[in-house]
Design a protein. Sequence first.
Length: 444
Amino acid sequence: MTERAERRFFAREGVDPLTAAFTRKSAVHAGIGGKPVENALIPKTWEKIMNQPRTASSTAYFHIPFCRNHCLYCGFYKYSADRATSRDYTDALIRELHMDRDKPAVFGYPLHAVYLGGGTPTVLAPKDLERLLKAICNILPLANDSEITIETTAADLNEDILSACIAGGANRFSVGVQSFDTAVRKNLGRRSDREKVMECLQSARDKNAAAIIIDLIYGLPGQNMTIWENDMKTFLDLEIDGADLYQLNVFNNTPLAASVETGRLPKPAELAEQAHMFKRGVELMDARHCRRLSMTHWATGGRERNMYNQLMKSGAPCLPYGAGAGGTLGGYLCMVNGHLNTYLKELAAGRKPVSGMLAAPPQKPLINAIAGGLETGYLNMEKIRQTHGIDIESICAPLLEQWWRTGLIHRDGGRVKLTLAGQFWQVNLAQALIDHLLENLESQ
Ligand code: SF4
């Protein structure tokens, strides 16, 4: 094995595994790409996959590309929306829902989770959100226990929005809080202060009609360990249903990177400090007996299931709706056109505006099993051997042995469980295991 390959796959030795197992942290979910479908072949390919029945637990994703905020770390392309835009976009989504409703890929097999994401879906007018949700519930074959999530901000979580979404059938709100600290929030460009965020979350919780989940980020500019602990304790005392704990990633050429570079914002925590914040977050969740549903997600009680995220991370089929939505169907990754006017025009002309497709490689189910397993901190290699006929344990033996020796994994027969350090580096480990496995399969 070359030195470069060693660096890609193997952990550093003789260092603290939590803070220094690798020199760089992978930011995105582990996986592999695919082969682009030629533009001219996209309509025919879409037709083909719409005629293949779904046969596994699945999701539907609705992209609402509007937002009122300008968060510095946000890389999403978004539009502003007035009343007319809200109405026209909702009409277009409902038209899109009707378009393929009788096709085998849509009809005939239950959908287990629906997610309205963006942007900020609650930028749509309450009456538009309600009729969109009602159309989703009427048109799509939802399972009786289907999770229906609306992504929103605390400031948008007002009585009108809550009532409209609940009347429409939503049973879960995912609220981007990031930090409760007013100064840290201001640094990010968030509009509401701690008091306002608390007030909105408390009134949504007291309605007791849907699960309330929040996102928290560690390593934000101006957020030290004390502020992070306060963020965690505030969440735990609020007694809402769950939280995601995410690490801040500062991507090059973003407004956040520029603000840090010019000194307008304090430097965010370095990787080692972020690792300690992660560790503290896990400890505080454990201390309150929260249920861990993935490496980044916890539930405080029985209402929260995190169905959409779990299904997505294990590569479940996903029907995409809305400008810029991405989905996975029939062995293809599909992208709906993200240009708002083009999307609206194509739909008005009666065409599903699919603008990009990638044919997933044949190893995709195996990759999904590895990435989905490690996302929960546990990999049953024996089960993968039985299902996919691939013996990860013997093909990746040197890698697994080194990760065990350096404190990243526990081993138990044909199973691997991530240590706390391994949990922090989970995406690195999943990607390294997938790459190492594929390279060694090719050379066999
Ligand atoms: S609220 Fe969400 S979508 Fe809008 S700018 Fe902030 S992070 Fe981006």
